[in-house]
Design a protein around this ligand. Structure first.
Ligand code: FEO
Length: 389
């Protein structure tokens, strides 16, 4: 299906309604879309990005229905969900040149074996003319690969951002109308894909805010006809502000750690703290990623199995560590039977977070009166830290 988003600018991408996993890791509860845009200029026509190879036929059908030549094919990001159909488009449009930056070119040659002679490389801020329209390339490295860039259509004031500001959301809405749904989906996307690059995104946002933008057209999810909606959301997520929230992610084998978790949840709620618990045996890791975007504290509860933490806890710790949330406080609690190195192992895994580690709280066996007293003290310490946020 082709839809015109503005005069002579067409959405030619494809919804992937049924996809439920990305990178064999990230859950996609709402599917996703691979957006591509065709701009018809007075002299030149441009296709911005393509689609995942699994949807190549639908993209080609959309392009054929417009019956236009393609002079330039722009690759804003070389990951295959946007670049996968480039070889087919280049084959069907032999006159088309592939525009990207130097790093993008290297990736596209490595990943898709595209011949050198098809490329035109651009520099940061370089412009190309389509006759009556001008596209400017603005480099935004590490959102989320080193080559990522955005393109600004000067006359129509549209910013094409590829993954940046995207959402894994297959919807019949061309524009972000259902704001509540899009917000959650975009936050999930930010948490899973963009959060590790939070400090770089802050800088990119400064550049983007200098532009007059009427529309942001990402390569996943609906288009933003009110760009402030997503820019403001990003400014909030990348800021250093944290919320009075505790993420309590735990796994329990014989209930001891679970009893501790439930006791902590009650104590923290009584202190007016919002608690978001995750039983790690049943957790959608996207939900966990969203939750850690702006929580002040993350607590991990684990039993000791053999000599260390439960593998479900290890997976969550590894994931949180690579996502690099702005969390201020970390805590580890749980129960052990006869020993082990749980604390040391966990401490050594949290290498990326700039957070203060609370004194660990590991108890032997089932929690007893004195252990509940320790948990009370722990909750109180967290409350006091949150009061000083
Ligand atoms: Fe949507 Fe990084 O690809």
């Amino acid at each position: 299906m082709v839809r015109e988003i503005m005069k002579n600018i067409f959405a030619v991408g494809v919804n992937d309604w049924d996809r439920r996993l990305f990178d064999e890791l990230i859950p996609l509860p709402d599917g996703t879309s691979y957006n591509a845009y065709l701009i018809k200029g007075k002299e030149k026509n441009v296709l911005i990005d393509t689609v995942d190879p699994t949807k190549e036929r639908e993209l080609i059908k959309n392009l054929k229905s417009l019956d236009l030549k393609i002079d330039y094919l722009i690759s804003l990001h070389a990951e295959q969900d946007h670049s996968g159909a480039i070889p087919k488009v280049l084959e069907l449009y032999p006159e088309a040149k592939l525009i990207t930056n130097k790093k993008g070119k290297e990736f596209l040659i490595d990943l898709l074996l595209i011949p050198e002679e098809r490329f035109i490389t651009v520099e940061d801020n370089e412009k190309i003319s389509l006759g009556n329209k001008t596209l400017q390339f603005i480099f935004t490295p590490w959102v989320h690969w080193p080559e990522t860039m955005v393109a600004y259509l000067l006359e129509d004031k549209i910013l094409f951002t590829c993954d940046l500001f995207g959402s894994h959301l297959a919807t019949s809405d061309l524009f972000a109308k259902d704001k509540e749904r899009v917000y959650i989906s975009a936050k999930r996307y930010y948490a899973e894909i963009m959060m590790p690059f939070r400090t770089l995104i802050k800088e990119h946002l400064k550049k983007i805010k200098n532009l007059e933008i009427k529309m942001i057209a990402p390569s996943h999810g609906p288009i933003y006809s009110e760009p402030d909606f997503i820019i403001n959301a990003y400014e909030d997520w990348v800021s250093d502000k944290v919320k009075n929230e505790v993420i309590l992610a735990y796994v329990s084998m014989h209930n001891s750690t679970k009893i501790m978790a439930e006791f902590l949840i009650s104590e923290l709620i009584n202190y007016g703290i919002k608690v978001i618990p995750f039983n790690l045996t049943k957790t959608d890791i996207g939900e966990l990623a969203i939750a850690v975007v702006d929580a002040a504290t993350i607590l991990i509860g684990t039993p000791t199995i053999l000599t260390g933490p439960h593998p479900a806890a290890l997976f969550a710790i590894y994931l949180i560590n690579i996502l690099k949330p702005k969390t201020k406080y970390l805590g580890i609690f749980g129960s052990y039977g006869w020993g082990g190195k749980t604390i040391d192992i966990v401490k050594n895994l949290f290498t990326n977070l700039n957070a203060e580690m609370l004194p660990p709280l590991l108890i032997k066996g089932y929690p007893k009166e004195k252990d509940f007293d320790l948990l009370k003290e722990w909750a109180k310490e967290i409350k006091e830290k949150h009061q000083n946020l």
